[in-house]
Write a protein that binds this ligand. Structure first.
Ligand SMILES: NC(=O)C1=CN([C@@H]2O[C@H](COP(=O)(O)OP(=O)(O)OC[C@H]3O[C@@H](n4cnc5c(N)ncnc54)[C@H](OP(=O)(O)O)[C@@H]3O)[C@@H](O)[C@H]2O)C=CC1
Ligand SMILES: O=C(CO)COP(=O)(O)O
Length: 319
């Protein structure tokens, strides 16, 4: 059996997709939320409008959910470490698949390092790549990356989690997959700022391209492979997130760029990850001007004009 821990938009969409194949337990922390999912056979709070298949069982009982061998962790990145710290022993011998995208801002770790620290006796993998929960939930074609350092385990998980509409590719480059997925959200906030500020599609293309150069610089400095970064989990997800109004990171950036106070309700992973990435870049002596500009505008949205001017007046260089 498979369990999904975290009944947000993404966890619910994965449970729905995998529920077409077999029994899936969908765990949420709030018993009232679970009762409502059982009553409505729908996650009206986080993914309204899509029925839960009969083989998806919502539960608030973590013991029931963690009876499964394969657990998909679909929590926000900044909540993962504390969640595991409270429950670590439950996960001994289990396979934990991180479904979150980001860098833990207090430890500067990616999800797999956080799992290794919080649940050291578990096997770990990462599911990432271009996908909106709303698309997966209704069975639209989607291709994702399953990253696992142990290729035999990765192959078994690839088989287990693929469906006719959800096609998984696999890699052993966990660092490249983690960082591609984490950093694209930072660039998506930047792309949103560009569009929200009315700077135009040409400026957005420039920002995405130079942002991608920064993703490559940081990820390769940390051991990620170039091939992974041009794949689904890097370039693929960057394209999706920087060009679609469905992206929360992109919309958050649009709000900043257009002078609104951004909505702090939705999960916007790129905000904390921008700060973590900037700290990592300093540790490694790397220059990440797009990431630094995003951090500046998260702190001081009123500095838009001077931040754009500073980016444009950097010394001219070869590409
Ligand atoms: N949405 C999408 O299209 C995609 C999202 N992702 C990634 O998936 C991850 C989750 O995002 P998403 O599902 O969209 O986020 P949502 O905001 O929709 O949901 C987050 C869920 O996490 C739960 N949660 C938060 N904190 C805790 C905690 N401490 N313990 C237990 N549960 C907790 C929330 O519970 P509660 O409802 O009680 O607040 C909520 O159900 C992110 O890293 C995101 O980048 C990846 C691909 C696509
Ligand atoms: O990760 C995603 C698409 O692959 C979802 O993007 P947002 O979190 O910006 O909505």
């Amino acid at each position: 059996m498979i369990s999904v821990l975290g009944a947000g938009a993404f966890g619910t969409s994965l449970a729905i997709a995998l529920g077409a194949k077999g029994h899936v337990c969908l765990w949420a922390r709030d018993p009232e939320h679970v009762a409502e999912m059982i009553r409505a056979r729908e996650n009206t709070k986080r993914l309204p409008g899509v029925p839960l298949p009969a083989r998806v069982t919502p539960t608030a009982d973590l013991a029931e959910a963690t009876a499964a061998d394969v657990l998909l962790l679909a929590l926000p990145m900044q909540k993962l470490a504390a969640f595991l710290a409270g429950e670590g022993a439950r996960f001994d011998g289990k396979t934990l698949i991180a479904c979150c995208k980001g860098i833990d801002v207090s430890t500067l770790s990616g999800p797999l390092q956080v799992i290794a620290h919080g649940a050291p006796s578990a096997k770990a993998a990462l599911l990432t790549g271009p996908s909106f929960a709303a698309d997966i939930a209704v069975g639209l074609p989607t291709a994702l990356t399953l990253a696992c350092g142990d290729d035999a385990l990765g192959a078994a998980l690839q088989e287990k989690l693929s469906t006719p509409a959800l096609r998984l590719y696999r890699t052993t480059d966990t660092i490249g997959a983690e960082l591609g997925g984490a950093l694209k959200n930072v660039v998506a906030i930047g792309a949103g700022i560009v569009i929200g500020a009315g700077l135009g599609d040409s400026a957005r293309a420039a920002l995405i391209t130079r942002g991608f150069a920064e993703i490559q610089r940081l990820a390769q400095a940390l051991g990620g492979e170039a091939e992974t970064l041009v794949g689904l989990s890097g370039h693929g997800d960057l394209i999706l997130t920087c060009t679609s109004d469905k992206s929360r990171n992109f919309r958050f950036g649009c709000e900043i760029g257009s002078g609104q106070t951004p909505d702090s309700g939705p999960t916007v992973e790129g905000a904390a990850t921008a700060r973590a990435a900037l700290n990592l870049s300093r540790q490694h002596g790397l220059d990440l001007p797009v990431v630094a500009a995003v951090v500046t505008l998260l702190d001081r949205p009123e500095a838009l004009d001077e931040t754009v001017a500073a980016l444009l007046s950097r010394p001219l260089k070869s590409e």
